[in-house]
Design a binder for this molecule. Structure first.
Ligand code: P6P
Length: 339
């Protein structure tokens, strides 16, 4: 059976009544092409001098890996000339990146985490690239783009997705009409549809969380996990499994394929930081994908995509995946409104 390529999928999305705009189609094709280049760098590893730190910290205060910088550069270079973007923002850059005056500005804003879980690269574990697309305000063509233009709720995303660099290299994408997965055919150099539309399987009793933070969590989260850990004899009456890969892309991809729940909750280590994960280029795009696949994404009390951002790099607590499991967790928080 001839598999559908990404280009064919996007042309069909343009024809649909939802009519994928031409600039957005170009944006997605360019991001997908940049992810192919990132995949080549990721796969080279030590043989290509791609491992290790560069000796500086990013705006998050995290050690920057060589691949963080290389992938960031790939995405900036690939997207500057196309005339589809007004500006870009990245986990690796303190502020926004404007389109150089020599190129035309477009109507979209692109946000990305160039290598999510980059500490996994040095130990040959799965990493990914996350991207989110917003529309720039109408008047941006006549003025300089500002950070405030990016501070839009996740519900205003027009597309989002991720590339995952694991045993296979995959691109998972939604333009608001469901979630579709494409595999990288390295012989053809093209993205070929492997599955879609994806729907999160329900009832898989598997949670993803970093258990070493347990003592810092709010009481409802501690009770929820304790009940899962109690297994058949506990309040849940069933045994649970746990996975934690150190890369949100890898954990969410597993949940898309076999169900379960992903958790990086608020913890008391730094009350000023409501969580570790970043709203604009981690929680919102992954929440968009999860919701498009029939799941839900909450921060403990609210739908993540309804949070009104107040800063480009703001953090948020995250619970997303199987709708019924997220609802069960929210019931623990509802019992404890003090949180
Ligand atoms: P911890 C990677 O750094 C990341 O942002 C997510 O991809 C991942 O889920 C999480 O942080 C891992 O955090 O505290 O377990 O190292």
């Amino acid at each position: 059976m001839q598999h559908k390529t990404l280009t064919q999928f996007l042309v069909e999305q343009q024809r649909r009544e939802a009519a994928l705009p031409a600039q957005l189609r170009l944006l997605i094709e360019i991001v997908a092409r940049a992810c192919k280049a990132i995949s080549i760098s990721v796969n080279k590893g030590a043989l290509g001098g791609m491992l290790g730190d560069i000796g500086s910290e990013n705006v998050q205060g995290e050690a920057q890996k060589k691949l963080d910088v290389i992938a960031n550069e790939r995405l900036l270079e690939a997207n500057e000339w196309g005339g589809h973007l007004a500006a870009m923002a990245s986990e690796e850059m303190e502020t926004i990146h404007l389109i150089p005056n020599r190129y035309p500005k477009g109507e979209y804003l692109l946000l990305f985490d160039p290598i999510d879980g980059s500490s996994n690269v040095d130990v040959n574990l799965t990493v990914g690239t996350i991207f989110s697309v917003l529309k720039a305000p109408e008047d941006v063509s006549g003025r300089a783009v500002t950070e405030e233009d990016f501070l839009q709720a996740g519900t205003r995303q027009v597309a989002a997705g991720y590339a995952i660099f694991g045993p296979q290299t995959l691109l998972v994408l939604s333009v608001g009409t469901g979630v579709y997965e494409f595999g990288l055919d390295r012989e053809m150099g093209s993205w070929v549809m492997t599955q879609g539309p994806l729907t999160i399987p329900t009832g898989n009793r598997e949670f993803a969380i970093n258990m070493s933070n347990e003592r810092h969590w709010a009481p409802p989260m501690r009770r929820y996990i304790a009940d899962c850990m109690a297994g058949k004899t506990g309040a849940r009456g069933a045994d649970f499994n746990m996975r934690w890969t150190g890369s949100m892309v890898a954990d969410i991809h597993r949940i898309l394929k076999r169900g379960g729940i992903f958790l990086y909750p608020w913890d008391s280590r730094d009350p000023a930081k409501p969580g570790k994960l970043r709203l604009m280029y981690e929680a919102n795009p992954m929440g968009y994908i999860v919701e498009q696949a029939g799941g839900t994404a909450f921060d403990g009390t609210r739908r993540i995509m309804e949070i009104a951002p107040n800063a480009l790099h703001q953090r948020v607590g995250v619970a997303m995946g199987d709708e019924a499991e997220v609802a069960r967790l929210m019931s623990y928080y509802a019992e404890d409104p003090a949180v």
